[in-house]
Ligand binder design. Structure first.
Ligand SMILES: Cc1cc2nc3c(=O)[nH]c(=O)nc-3n(C[C@H](O)[C@H](O)[C@H](O)COP(=O)(O)O)c2cc1C
Length: 732
């Protein structure tokens, strides 16, 4: 809901908001320019002295104004001609005609009313409301994604569009909220929707005597020019008219003959609020704030563009459920928790089979659960596990939502949870277990016990379908054929083989698109640490390998360890240069170095060196990078040995620590190097280093145990470092 609330005004009003924001950003520079151009007002100059000097130069003066931008102007009539000129605040001397430039007038009109009168002003007001909704919902969404309001400053991970959107959004949110709130207020005021401002000016009786020179009037001599907002002069020849002096405190009427203050109308709280909000919106009288607001506004086009990209990706990634029954009337609600979208495919198969069996089925994302309509008879939850036993994207908010909603629900319908995962992860279907436990804790009966499906097994899914059919009292046949991802044909360009002598063969394989020169297909963009999914002949599931190169290297490089009985690794190890594979690239934005120049500590073992070597190769800027790597034997297993030596010489790599379990030094593991190097590593972490770990699960666990005592004395622990992206793993 919140996401929809965020996306909708952005998509519908994108163009209008961009125009308003950019024109606002352009106008925001004006107060700073005016401030530079306006002569400083010397303190101690009285309004009387200034008015006296001005009156001496003009036949008739209408008013003297101190504008919010610090410019003093006088409106006058001389010899039948009227004019407005800027005046020197110290001497009252004329500084030339005052006029707002055509460009400023145009941009202001564009900003306030899209150059089209009242209708335009109404649209601008709606735009301000939309911007307010966008800014507040965006801030809440970002806080939710980063782990709460206290986590708003944590590093943002994700695709480039997500990172730009998040970084710019959190920079600009406060400014955009302030500008849209104040803009909305001003817009409502311009349509008379706000209470009337200004107190009633009392009738005053002027003395009617001969007007005295303005420079001698006592009430004007008591007021400093810096406090004045406007001084209006009496109409010439009208002895009953008075001077009007407006300051922030209110408006005084002053007798033209005696100089006495005849009345004073104090400014109302609403007047003061209006003044404050105007300053906060325009930056006039607060030029530094104006520039900050302008910078915030200037981010709007980029926020809009990246927001559209994110929205489109989310939309394009989610499969369409053609026969989705309305939620209100559905007897079966299928909730899907997915990150890579494959679970949506299973949900679509289940949806179709249940619909054919006569059910009214509504399928939606787990995060979209809002209510349990009266017609709902059962809940079917299909949920994948990601991270380390964590929630997938479309279920990220589910547990907290259930905890919030369930106590208010009147009914408890039967629930079946079907987990999708991979047995090679230690927390196999860990998130599905959490979801199942949460339903049980809220008192929902089980329609089916929790079932866990390994590696998208169509057979296990079909079996679950049969059991579900039995519970529902009819046959349910679930024939699911996994959708094959779109693949690229790649050709093996070269290979280097290691480890034969130590019994753990590892190959560095470099692929390119087939064809020569311009005829070769272009590679999509990727970074070291992204994943190359390879579909071996006869396999219906891809096997993922971490990429050791970036698209800038013009080839795809992976390190593959030969696994006994492994279909894909056996196929790849048997591949000769020129041999082809079907593959696709999947971004792995979590495993990326954080921006900036803080040191990187790279830790890996065996084939896990691949993406780490790729990160070192990409470090042309010479950021401090320290690599810890463990292998078996220095003579047969030292992957990237020569390349790493060259990187050390070129300062792409700052230091290299290797550990060989079958080495001449008696055998050591990478975690031993970490323990031995604790003081240096602690210092690097103190400097803000980020740690990236790649390799087997056992190695990663040993590294975690070795690193924990390293960071403890700094008041840190690995969960804290993990939660802020300073400890990331690519573990298999
Ligand atoms: C980065 C990553 C982390 C994963 N972590 C786990 C895990 O901790 N436990 C598990 O059982 N499966 C894990 N899996 C496997 C997925 O749950 C499984 O592939 C699932 O079918 C993906 O469904 P989806 O494409 O709908 O997101 C992980 C997969 C990936 C790519």
């Amino acid at each position: 809901m919140l996401r929809r609330l965020h996306a909708l005004p952005g998509l519908v009003l994108a163009l209008g908001l961009t125009v308003t924001a950019l024109s606002g950003a352009a106008l925001s520079v004006q107060p700073a320019l005016d401030r530079l151009a306006a002569p400083a007002i010397p303190s101690g100059t009285s309004v009387a002295a200034l008015a006296g000097a001005v009156a001496a130069r003009h036949e008739s003066v209408d008013a003297i104004r101190l504008r919010a931008d610090g410019i003093l102007t006088v409106a006058f009539s001389d010899g039948g001609g009227r004019g407005v000129e800027q005046i020197d605040p110290g001497t009252g001397a004329g500084l030339g005609p005052y006029q707002v430039s055509e460009t400023t007038r145009f941009v202001t009109n564009l900003h306030r009313a899209f150059l089209s009168g009242d209708a335009g002003r109404a649209v601008a007001g709606i735009g301000a409301l939309a911007m307010l909704i966008l800014s507040v919902s965006g801030a809440v969404l970002l806080a939710r994604r980063l782990g709460g309001a206290g986590a708003l400053l944590r590093p943002i991970r994700g695709t480039p569009a997500q990172r730009w959107h998040g970084e710019l959004g959190r920079f600009a949110a406060a400014g955009l909220i302030l500008s849209s709130l104040t803009g909305l207020w001003m817009s409502a005021g311009s349509f008379g929707l706000m209470p009337e401002t200004g107190g009633t000016t009392p009738e005053v009786a002027a003395s009617g005597g001969v007007p005295a020179p303005v420079g001698t009037l006592a009430a004007l001599r008591a007021i400093d020019v810096v406090r004045m907002r406007e001084l209006t002069f009496p109409a010439p020849g009208d002895p009953t008219d008075t001077y009007g002096l407006r300051t922030a405190a209110g408006e005084a009427r002053i007798d033209a003959a005696t100089g006495a203050e005849l009345s004073f109308t104090p400014a109302t709280p609403l007047d003061r609020l209006n003044d404050l909000l105007r300053t906060l919106h325009t930056g006039r009288g607060a030029w530094a704030l104006g520039l900050l607001l302008g910078l915030s506004a200037a981010t709007v086009p980029v926020l809009g563009a990246t927001g559209v990209v994110m929205w489109w990706r989310r939309r394009a990634a989610r499969p369409r459920i053609a026969t989705n029954a309305p939620l209100r009337s559905a007897d079966t609600l299928i909730l899907v928790g997915s990150e890579g979208n494959s679970t949506w495919g299973f949900a679509a198969t289940l949806h179709t089979a249940l619909t054919r069996a006569g059910h009214r089925v509504h399928t939606t994302a787990m995060n979209d659960l809002r209510q349990l309509p009266a017609a709902t008879e059962r809940l079917l939850i299909l949920v994948a596990t990601h991270g380390d036993g964590g929630a997938p994207g479309s279920a990220s908010a589910f547990l907290s939502r259930l905890a919030h909603l369930a106590p208010r629900m009147e009914r408890r319908v039967p629930v079946a949870v079907l987990g999708f995962g991979d047995r090679s992860f230690p927390r196999f279907c860990g998130y599905a277990e959490q979801v199942s436990a949460a339903f049980a804790a809220q008192g929902f009966p089980q329609l089916q016990p929790l079932k866990r499906i390994d590696r998208r097994s169509a057979q296990e899914f079909a079996q679950w379908g049969r059991d579900l059919g039995t519970s529902l009292g009819h046959d349910l046949v679930l024939e699911h054929t996994a959708e094959r991802p779109k693949t690229l044909a790649l050709e093996l360009a070269s290979r280097e083989d290691y480890g034969a002598a130590s019994g753990v063969p590892v190959a560095i394989l470099r692929f390119r698109r087939p064809g020569q020169g311009a005829a070769a297909g272009r590679l999509p963009a990727f970074e070291p640490g992204d994943l190359l999914g390879i579909l071996a002949p006869g396999a219906d599931m891809p096997r993922f390998y971490s990429l050791a190169s970036s698209s800038r290297d013009g080839m795809l490089e992976i390190c593959v360890r030969l696994r006994a009985g492994g279909l894909c690794s056996t196929f790849l190890h048997g591949l000769a240069p020129g041999g082809r594979v079907e593959a696709f690239i999947r971004a792995n934005p979590v495993f990326r170095p954080a921006k900036g120049r803080a040191p990187l500590i790279l830790i890996g073992a065996g084939a896990g060196i691949g993406p780490l070597a790729g990160l070192v190769r990409a470090n042309a800027a010479g950021r401090p990078v320290h690599l810890y790597w463990g292998g078996r034997s220095p003579s047969s297993d030292f992957l990237y040995e020569h390349e790493l030596a060259q990187h050390l010489a070129e300062k792409r790599l700052t230091s290299l620590q290797t550990a060989f379990s079958r080495g001449p030094d008696g055998g050591a593991y990478v975690q031993d190097r970490i323990t031995a190097d604790a003081p240096r590593l602690r210092e690097l972490v103190r400097q803000g280093a980020q740690i990236l770990v790649c390799g087997g699960r056992d190695m990663a666990e040993a590294v975690t145990r070795a690193l924990d005592p390293v960071v403890r004395p700094l008041g840190l622990d690995l969960p804290t470092l993990k939660s802020c992206g300073r400890y990331v793993e690519d573990v298999y």
